[in-house]
Design a protein around this ligand. Sequence first.
Ligand code: URA
Length: 238
Amino acid sequence: MDKKIRLQKYMAQCGIASRRHSEELIQAGRVKVNGKTVTQMGFRVSEQDRVEVDGKIIKKEEKLVYIMLNKPSGYVSTVSDPEGRKTVLDLIDGVSERIYPVGRLDYDTTGLLILTNDGDFAFENTHPGHEIKKTYIAEVLGKPSDKALEALRNGVVLDGRKTAPAGVEVVDIKSKSTVLKIIIHEGRNRQVRRMCEAVGHPVLKLKRTAVGNLALGDLKPGEWRYLSSKEVKLIRGK
Ligand code: URA
């Protein structure tokens, strides 16, 4: 429920003026609540009310926050899930801003997921063509041949369209599987899984280890922390 607070306090929180100066504005008849001029000092409002000062609607400024989460397997990376599965927001306590994930990781994919309330940032970072690199560690079934690795690097056709060039390196060879480091610049649905499947090597495990130049580091699965503004810049590779 939205808490009601005194009008002058609300105005101060919106960055209009100090409480004292806000009281003067109210007394001067320059403030309207839901279309009606309010001059009464004890008047209380909530964020649901439409408050105008000199005819201009005012809003509480939300602090922009950026969070990195090491997403565990078994969580959807949406704000809510129609099937009632756990969402990544269930892992984040004590953040009052309305954050949401930037892009998606599949239910079974682990690793670096960014959450923010900065709509411009989220848009820029998920917009096709903006080319932010994402680094994944993928354990695939079997041992891809050089030809298969080249095909992954040059692009494979998914939904009738070739994927953009990718960075692919072999990190480890196990008895029945191979660990690959894959860097892509696109964000097509289940892209890494579908690319590997297209060359005959289904993904057994998938983890995102970096977005742009921001690496996951040593956060444990389920842990999260705020990003500094310097780290936010690393995402865009600056
Ligand atoms: N590619 C995938 O296939 N799955 C993810 O979660 C992310 C990239």
